[in-house]
Ligand binder design. Structure first.
Ligand code: URA
Length: 425
């Protein structure tokens, strides 16, 4: 078989055979198909799509390119959650220990942020001493100690995806539903979780800007998980405005700790509890503890402290703070009708919370704190947001990102409900 034949087949709108898919993924992983050939094929897939059989075959071939983890030695079911990424989306932080406290194990492999959305590992690394890289034995140790582990995926997991994702990032081929779905699901299936809840974000701050495209991505991923024997459910949730009141690494950890302490913003609490219920149901742990009770009685907080400590972190350490702050005030009195998620994410990124290239460092203290959320009444001149940065020179570009991103009016406007839809197989 040769790469040109596979590229031509997809370029001309044809279906790839199972043998073509297996060959091209394997040869690409080993270096037998060149980056420029895989780029051409990724572009042909972006333009012409793949059907359900092709996407399933592509996903399985990427799983087979590396190791598949196995948690069958554990005495309780496993459950995981994946979010397609959003602004202020720190839900994994309270959710993983919460689900552990309610009776399922949570083995979660996470990523770092790139662009305007943050990464869970960057957030957790703002906790002094916390380590993202664990061996499989260390993962098992943390799971047994705390019931949940959140760490970086090792290089042995779906190496074909690692190579292909880096290539897509620089060839304008990220935005393809078959490629996104197979990329996410190859890693989640290889991770070995028995059940999976997908949080597919919708709106300006998300990959998917409309409920229709988000639904297509969710349905594709739910079908892939189900076909691979993983009990999979998806929620479509709002990302037209930021989630919670904190955007930025250490700021988000502090908010997650508030939620684990029984407080925190209503939207973060609501989504954390709902996703926990979905994970426990998918894992078949119906007799476990009620997630709302586990937040109120401190058992989720206990699991968090064990999880952080088992990965070298100090749960009592002071979190890093940015040296400089700037307040943005409400321009008028009325209802805050709009606060655009993408603009706030971009502002946080420009303040130093995110990175432009994979190798860049992040500022742990940088970001945005929101003092009002859409639907809240505000008075002219009251603080609307605080910007946090290590250098004052970063404020002007962040303020530019926020121009036109919020509005105050006499009456509230309609916005997406927090949970828009639920997708099952
Ligand atoms: N996240 C992934 O892991 N892969 C994609 O293709 C997009 C988002």
């Amino acid at each position: 078989m040769d790469a040109i034949e596979v590229i031509r087949a997809k370029r001309d709108g044809g279906e790839l055979t199972a043998a073509q898919i297996d060959w091209v993924i394997d040869a690409y992983t080993r270096g037998g198909v060149a980056d420029e050939q895989m780029s051409a094929l990724a572009m042909a897939i972006l333009l012409n799509g793949m059907n359900r059989r092709e996407i399933a075959g592509w996903t399985q071939a990427m799983i087979r390119s590396g190791e598949r983890m196995d948690w069958s030695a554990l005495d309780r079911p496993t459950a995981d959650k994946h979010s397609t990424g959003g602004v202020g989306d720190k839900i994994t932080l309270p959710l993983a220990p919460l689900v552990a406290a309610c009776g399922a194990y949570v083995p979660q492999l996470s990523g770092r942020g790139l662009g305007h959305t943050g990464g869970t590992l960057d957030k957790l690394e703002s906790i002094p001493g916390w380590r993202a890289s664990l061996s499989n034995d260390e993962m098992l140790h943390v799971l047994r100690a705390a019931g949940a582990v959140v760490c970086a995926a090792g290089s042995g997991l779906a190496p074909a995806d690692k190579k292909l994702y880096a290539l897509r990032d620089v060839t304008g081929t990220v935005e393809s539903i078959p490629l996104i779905a197979s990329s996410i699901m190859s890693k989640k299936i290889a991770e070995g979780t028995g059940s999976l809840v997908l949080d597919v974000k919708v709106g300006s701050g998300a990959f998917m800007k409309t409920p229709e495209t988000a639904r297509e991505l969710a349905e594709t991923m739910v079908a892939l998980g189900t076909d691979a024997g993983v009990r999979t459910v998806a929620l479509l949730t709002a990302m037209d405005r930021p989630l919670g009141r904190a955007v930025g690494n250490a700021l988000e950890v502090a908010e997650a700790v508030e939620v684990l302490g029984g407080g925190g913003p209503a939207d973060v609490v609501e989504l954390t509890v709902r996703l926990a219920q979905e994970m426990l149901e998918a894992a078949g742990v119906s007799a476990g503890k009620d997630p709302a009770k586990a937040l109120a009685d401190g058992s989720a907080m206990d699991a968090w402290r064990r999880m952080i400590a088992a990965q070298g972190g100090d749960p009592d350490a002071l979190l890093p703070r940015a040296a400089e702050t700037l307040t943005v005030s409400a321009p008028a009195s009325g209802v805050l009708t709009r606060l655009d998620a993408y603009a706030v994410g971009l502002a946080a990124w420009r303040l130093g919370a995110g990175r432009a290239r994979k190798e860049d460092p992040v500022s742990f203290g940088a970001g945005v704190t929101l003092h009002a959320k859409p639907g809240d009444l505000v008075h002219e001149g009251q603080p609307l947001m605080t910007l946090h940065a290590d250098e004052t020179g970063r404020f002007s570009r962040a303020l530019e990102a926020l121009e036109g991103a919020y509005a105050v009016g006499p009456v509230d406007e309609e916005r997406l409900p927090l949970v828009i839809d639920r997708i099952t197989a």
